[in-house]
Design a protein around this ligand. Structure first.
Ligand code: FE2
Length: 265
């Protein structure tokens, strides 16, 4: 079984480059399950229901987000429109599972691929150099205790490499893949851990690389040079799609390979 995980889509440049490549990548690698992080898909801040629907139209099965999930208010109604047992698109948009109990949306989705393989996608968010939230490690343990699927993909949205690597080892042998998002820079450490979990600290942004992690570079440099606040806008130059392709045994969920993908115009 092949799983395609596309890193954080950033703004219109990110949407355009993923739209250009996702079809041929899914076909070339006989992808069974497609997961896309969309937390910055709407101009770099959050995602709208309209953009989520468009990305589902490209063949995505599950969309993940992160700390920007609440940026577009209209997404909250979209998340609330699906019940826990629903398989509809709004239920397939995840927010971090270790947010406070009772917030809109869900952090876990369990589904079945077109070829009949049960799977789960789990989203967690780190706490190091980020807004404090519930413990992602204990949240992962609690979630895994109640999942039936063997094929489990974890999007760990975090800033610190150490926390992400710790989560990889914590979940090694218990999930198919732990894939990092949020820093927007792909890391060259993709590997299969000792007990069969595919791991990469950060899959990297799918967005404009002539930028500072997606944002127009002059605006960010001005902030660093002056310390003054300013409005950030999504850049457009040099878009690349970054993704990880994970192969696994569909019966056990054990990963056999992970490959980095980076495609430009
Ligand atoms: Fe983020």
């Amino acid at each position: 079984m092949n799983i395609l995980f596309v890193g954080d889509i950033f703004g219109s440049a990110g949407r355009r480059i993923v739209r250009e490549h996702i079809g041929h990548v899914r076909e070339a690698h006989s992808v069974d399950l497609t997961v896309i992080n969309v937390e910055n898909a709407a101009g770099g801040f959050g995602v709208t229901p309209q953009i989520a629907e468009e990305i589902f139209d490209w063949g995505a099965d599950v969309l993940t987000t992160g700390n920007h999930v609440w940026d577009k208010k209209e997404l909250i109604d979209y998340l609330n429109s699906a019940g826990a047992e629903s398989q509809d698109r709004p239920r397939r948009v995840l927010r971090p599972a270790n947010y406070a109990n009772g917030v809109p949306g869900y952090g876990v989705f369990e589904g079945v691929t077109a070829s009949g393989i049960p799977y789960a996608v789990v989203q967690l968010q780190g706490r190091v150099f980020m807004t404090p939230i519930d413990d992602p490690f204990r949240a992962a343990d609690a979630i895994l205790a109640r999942l039936n699927a063997k094929v489990i993909v974890v999007d760990f949205h975090g800033e610190a490499t150490s926390e992400k690597i710790a989560m990889g080892w914590h979940l090694d042998g218990r999930v198919t893949a732990v894939l990092g998002t949020h820093t927007h820079v792909p890391t060259a450490d993709e590997r299969i851990l000792h007990r069969g979990t595919a791991y990469q600290t950060d899959v990297g942004m799918s967005g404009p690389y002539d930028s500072i992690i997606g944002v127009e570079k002059d605006l960010v440099m001005r902030k660093f040079l002056t310390g003054m606040p300013g409005k950030f806008e999504a850049a457009r130059g040099n878009p690349k799609m970054c993704a990880a392709l994970v192969s696994c045994d569909s019966a056990t969920g054990r990963a056999s390979a992970i490959q980095r993908i980076q495609l430009g115009e």
